[in-house]
Ligand binder design. Structure first.
Ligand SMILES: *[C@@H]1O[C@H](CO)[C@@H](O)[C@H](O)[C@H]1NC(C)=O
Ligand SMILES: *[C@@H]1O[C@H](CO)[C@@H](O)[C@H](O)[C@H]1NC(C)=O
Ligand SMILES: *[C@@H]1O[C@H](CO)[C@@H](O)[C@H](O)[C@H]1NC(C)=O
Ligand SMILES: *[C@@H]1O[C@H](CO)[C@@H](O)[C@H](O)[C@H]1NC(C)=O
Ligand SMILES: *[C@@H]1O[C@H](CO)[C@@H](O)[C@H](O)[C@H]1NC(C)=O
Ligand SMILES: *[C@@H]1O[C@H](CO)[C@@H](O)[C@H](O)[C@H]1NC(C)=O
Ligand SMILES: *[C@@H]1O[C@H](CO)[C@@H](O)[C@H](O)[C@H]1NC(C)=O
Ligand SMILES: *[C@@H]1O[C@H](CO)[C@@H](O)[C@H](O)[C@H]1NC(C)=O
Length: 335
């Protein structure tokens, strides 16, 4: 009987003493270098007799209600222990303070509890900029962009025009996203880029305006056949970054003209090749587009006045047109 009592008492003590309890919030604690941490604890319902805090399994502060506090010299002047709650404040944190913190409390009843939590200390991140290739970015080339920064970097994220950028057939991320390789560059890659360094206690972004130079892709807009006396209008459309320089070669003769080529009151001698040549000084590419323009005699009647005309009276001579091998009928009506 006495033996059984002893065993029950022993089991109760054992169970009581090494029992772990919910003392800390479940998640690890994240702090910045230089900051302070307060290990907060669920309040106890009984008075404390002794407290031990240890870091990575070595005690650094010991308190008992009968003796004075013992503090590891390395922690002098940066720990404050609350003897009624067992809460501990640790100041001037360094990276070396990252690790496992175990609290062992003994109550006046002789029962003890213990549990632990983790502290992770981070250097705040700071991003300095995005470094890309020197000089101009040119379509179809390859380019690397590196996000510069320091601190304890947990993740790096890139955005383009405020949208998260994922890898694709032409975009690859290397070195935990520190470097973005675009191969090949496309004109659609032009935009505002951002890289964000982050860790649980800080984040920092930098920006880069990307301009991809391309072209020129040239085409001519305008009708091919004009009637004598009308104005020839040809628009040279150049899709290009930057704006290219334009030169026209009209019927083999260089002609100084802007992108919109205009000849007023044309005549059949204006018939020929209209060649618009564009040069992009950044990509070094020259492209031209050519259109053959025909100016001919009007093929339908022209009336002198714009009012509805009464049907012509009498015969009209049919005149053959020497230039275009067409027959034109000129009708002059008064009415
Ligand atoms: C120790 O505390 C954690 C919360 O920090 C809790 O989830 C865990 O259950 C506790 N351990 C025991 C044995 O009570
Ligand atoms: C210990 O914590 C309790 C509860 O938060 C507080 O009332 C008390 O002032 C603290 N003691 C010291 C010495 O800071
Ligand atoms: C403490 O332990 C953690 C693992 O929990 C380890 O990463 C860290 O380096 C240790 N710190 C020291 C100072 O021993
Ligand atoms: C770009 O990144 C690739 C892959 O890391 C590397 O092989 C190449 O040398 C880099 N180019 C430049 C210009 O940094
Ligand atoms: C990061 O760089 C800044 C500016 O150079 C410096 O003030 C800071 O101490 C650096 N941080 C780390 C963690 O090296
Ligand atoms: C790299 O970026 C992707 C998003 O594009 C993100 O899902 C991933 O977590 C990032 N990895 C690191 C190590 O930052
Ligand atoms: C257009 O003109 C440019 C410059 O004179 C010339 O190099 C090019 O060959 C011409 N293009 C065509 C299709 O005639
Ligand atoms: C006039 O045009 C017709 C058909 O297009 C052609 O058969 C004929 O040879 C041309 N006549 C002259 C003189 O060019």
């Amino acid at each position: 009987m006495e033996q059984l009592m002893m065993v029950i008492l022993f089991i109760t003590l054992l169970k009581g003493y090494n029992q772990e309890q919910i003392l800390f919030p479940p998640a690890p604690i994240n702090k910045e270098v230089g900051a302070s941490v307060l290990f907060t604890i669920e309040p106890f319902s009984q008075p404390i007799k002794a407290i031990r805090w240890n870091f990575n399994s070595s005690d650094f502060i010991i308190y008992s209600d009968t003796e004075s506090e013992i503090i590891d010299p390395q922690y002098q002047s940066r720990v404050v222990l609350n003897h009624t709650t067992a809460e501990l404040e640790l100041k001037y944190l360094t990276m070396a303070d990252s690790g496992k913190y175990t609290l062992i409390v003994t109550f006046v009843t002789g029962i003890g509890i213990a549990n632990h939590t983790f502290l992770q200390v981070y250097e705040p991140v700071l991003s300095f900029g995005i470094v890309g290739p020197e000089g101009y970015l040119i379509e179809h080339n390859r380019a690397n962009f590196t996000c510069m920064g320091n601190g304890t970097i947990s993740s790096i994220m890139w955005k383009k025009d405020n949208e998260i950028l994922d890898s694709s057939s032409s975009i690859t991320f290397l070195d935990d996203n520190r470097t973005m390789v675009i191969n090949p560059l496309m004109r659609s890659d032009t935009g505002d880029y951002q890289c964000t360094l982050s860790n649980p206690v800080s984040s920092s972004s930098t920006y880069y305006g990307m301009l991809v130079n391309y072209g020129p892709d040239v085409r001519l807009l305008g009708v091919q056949t004009f009637e004598e006396g009308s104005d020839i209008l040809l628009l040279c459309l150049a899709d290009s970054e930057p704006v290219p320089t334009v030169t026209w070669t009209v019927r083999g003769v260089p002609s100084k003209n802007p992108f919109l080529y205009v000849t007023e009151n044309s005549n059949p001698s204006d018939t020929g090749d209209y060649n618009c040549t564009c040069w992009n000084p950044v990509t070094g590419i020259t492209t031209s587009a050519v259109q053959y323009v025909t100016v001919r005699w009007p093929s339908h009647p022209i009336y002198q006045n714009k009012q509805p005309t009464p049907p012509p009276r009498g015969r009209l001579p049919a005149l053959p047109d020497k230039q275009t091998n067409e027959t034109h009928i000129y009708c002059t009506a008064v009415g």
